[in-house]
Write a protein that binds this ligand. Structure first.
Ligand SMILES: NC(=O)c1ccc[n+]([C@@H]2O[C@H](COP(=O)([O-])OP(=O)(O)OC[C@H]3O[C@@H](n4cnc5c(N)ncnc54)[C@H](OP(=O)(O)O)[C@@H]3O)[C@@H](O)[C@H]2O)c1
Length: 338
């Protein structure tokens, strides 16, 4: 197995930890034997539990590790936190080399994990290949938190082909199919909290919990309601029946950046913004979004609520660029006259 193949596999491993590692990064590890053969894989499964390197090492003997190559998506940690230092643990083993995908921006690690390994006579190299962007994505919330001490913001939008998230009367169930909705539950588990606007709660009366077999997780919900209507009719809303009181935060703060700062102080490091239209528009126009998860159903809804209706750009040169790969769609319509 070559380095790119091993790194790709390590990235795939890392993603398995998505629902439970926050505020730690998702990290995956692959160990190759002295002849380049795959020996083991591992990933960080849960905050406070073993790191990816330890998971990958645990099934291997000292002899198997002679001359081995450890490939890990993020620099091995140098400090003793909830678990012992991975760099120190690796330094005691007869491995030949460690290749890590990214330098850990955490000031307690940043380059020091690699130094510990080199001091022990182990080659330690940062990966410089084509997978760098993908590597950043595997732990993007963590990198954002470390670099800027801010909440990572992702938007999840379920839209029609013509960019609508609901009909004009507010009806929106369902725009996308079963498969997309399952994926949304995985996304909910990946982020620390879901954020929605008042109208979405009033119109849809959603539960906003994680309903995915295999992911047992209680999530947090943040509701933005400047006029304080929600709390007055609490008893009629599912959200207050489904979640523990401490997991539902209703904010009347008018300023989004202040809301984000407040929830960061409460320990929330990432949010999935789930609508509606005004909330999406506010986050986008204020430049507060780091990732967009866009589900597009092959339907046309015509007049209705768009997710960008309240974004008002003065000139085309102010257009907001989104780094997508697919931009061309072709298809036939269900209303064609014969
Ligand atoms: N397809 C999808 O993915 C999707 C997802 C979610 C919702 N929806 C649909 O979207 C519709 C609701 O969307 P909507 O645009 O009417 O309402 P919304 O975005 O859910 O809520 C807007 C309300 O949130 C409050 N708010 C608080 N802070 C805000 C801020 N910084 N910026 C904007 N609003 C803020 C405002 O009320 P106050 O001034 O009183 O605070 C505002 O009227 C529903 O029909 C729902 O079914 C679709």
């Amino acid at each position: 197995m070559n380095l790119d193949q091993a790194m790709r596999l390590a990235m795939k491993e890392a993603l398995k930890g998505a629902p439970f590692v926050s505020p730690n990064p998702r990290v995956g590890c692959v160990i190759l034997g002295s002849k380049g053969e795959l020996l083991s894989t591992g990933y960080h499964k849960k905050f406070g539990e073993a790191h990816a390197e330890v998971e990958a090492l645990k099934s291997l003997t000292f002899d198997q590790l002679k001359g081995a190559h450890v490939i890990v998506t993020l620099e091995p940690c140098a400090h003793e936190g909830k678990t012992p230092s991975c760099a120190q643990a690796l330094a005691r083993l007869p491995i030949k080399k460690v290749t890590f995908g990214l330098v850990d921006p955490n000031p307690l690690v940043a380059g020091q994990g690699a130094q510990i390994l080199r001091a022990a006579g182990i080659e330690a190299e940062e990966y410089q290949g084509d997978l760098k962007v993908g590597l950043e994505e595997t732990c993007e919330e963590f990198l954002w938190n470390q670099r800027y001490q801010k909440v990572f913001v992702a938007l999840k939008v379920a839209q029609s082909l013509d960019g609508k998230i609901a009909l004009a009367n507010g009806e929106s169930k369902w725009i996308t199919g079963h498969e997309s909705r399952q994926k949304v539950h995985e996304l909910r588990a990946q982020y620390d909290a879901i954020l929605v606007g008042k109208n979405t709660i009033l119109i849809d009366n959603p539960s906003l919990n994680i309903r995915q077999p295999g992911i047992q997780k209680e999530n947090k919900v943040v509701i933005l309601d400047r006029s304080g209507e929600i709390l007055k009719i609490k008893d009629q809303l599912k959200i207050f029946q489904v979640h523990k009181p401490e997991n539902v935060i209703v904010s009347s703060c008018p300023d989004l950046e202040t809301v984000l700062k407040e929830i960061y102080h409460l320990g929330i490091r990432s949010i999935l913004v789930e609508g509606g239209g005004q909330i999406y528009s506010s986050f986008i126009s204020q430049g507060l979004v780091q990732r967009l998860h866009l589900f597009t159903a092959p339907i046309i809804l015509g007049q209705g609520i768009g997710w960008t209706d309240k974004i008002n750009l003065p000139h085309i040169k102010n257009k907001i660029q989104v780094d997508f790969t697919d931009s061309y769609v072709t298809g036939t319509l269900s209303v064609t006259k014969r």
